[in-house]
Design a protein around this ligand. Sequence first.
Ligand SMILES: [Zn+2]
Length: 402
Amino acid sequence: MSARRGGGSYRERRVENILDCPYNCDGQMSLKVLARAPGGSIFRCTKKRDHTKSSRTYSFFDKSNLMLQDIMVFIKSYLEKSSLAQCARFSGMAYGTTAVNWASFTRELFKEYFYTNLRYRKMQGVVEIDESLFGRRVKFHRGNPNCGLKIWIFGMVERDSNTLVMYPVSDRTEDTLLPIIERHVEKGSTIYSDGWSAYCKLNDAGYDHFTVLHKYSFKKTYINTKSQEVVEVLTNRIEGAWKHAKDHFRRLVGTKLSQFEGHLTEIMWRSAERGNIYEAFFNLLRSVYPLDSPPHYTYPTPLFNTWEGIPESQSKIDDWEIRPENTDAESEAESQIETTSAELFSGLVEEDSSAIMPNRELSSSELQERQLSTLDKVLQEMLEGSGSEDEGDTTLTELTVP
Ligand SMILES: [Zn+2]
């Protein structure tokens, strides 16, 4: 195999990663097929066969006993926006904790993406800004002191790229919003917004600021209060972005509040990464997991410095649901869920995974219970290559990520 250090696929980089044997035998380790090993391969010493090391060391799959193809099916389903229950079913994962943990674990990548790639993303040209309220439907939770908790989300969309950046904010004051705008929008850019008072100094701050004058079904008229210039805009990107965000949270049915930042960053990652989403995901994975050292997670908690995060007491609420607040009448009916009890959703509510390692190992009984889907079998055949069933050492040559 030709050496292409620093380049090549995720797989190739790992194969090139010949390890010095840690057992002081002066041998070297290389990756060998071992079907019974988690992930189907191990590092094995060239001098002594019993010198071995997990092939998953430092990888995204470290400490997981799940088969790699199951995790791949899970990731593929997740990226394709399957529900968590579907992701679990397709991949054969246990729904209760394993799938929840893997979903949470996957979203850590999106948080890191925000922190390293979007946190200082400068938008140019025309930028639409808006606020939206995400919260809980209160009507069935009378008496719960937390039922009125709402989260304001401030969002910006760069029209040229459709890139969306959102922040949960503790309030909507100018002191809170203006620094975010100045961080993300290049001076001299054009900003479209509603008439919220916090935006009234944007012209003075160096922007061409337009405020909504009239709104029709497919068209908005904006006016620049300083220059009196009037523009008409046929499509509205920020409302499209809110729709994506609302759809995202609606699809979850219910989610733990502690997962909120992860979901928010996932929406942003999806808006920023166009084209091949699998390629984008594995590029992200590779940037966080260099494989020759532990993963590079650098994001703080809370991730956003514009809010307090989720108080511990509130993150423990079992049936907390995050729902977009409908500020526009047309989507009100559509998002109204006429179910009278959160209990109905309780089986679908993501559990708080903070107390459990994301890569929890399956017990042997769980392993036995797990059933391969058709896709699993195809993937397994791909992994095993030319149908070889023996567990002898064979240098791996190919692994295609679906
Ligand atoms: Zn050795």
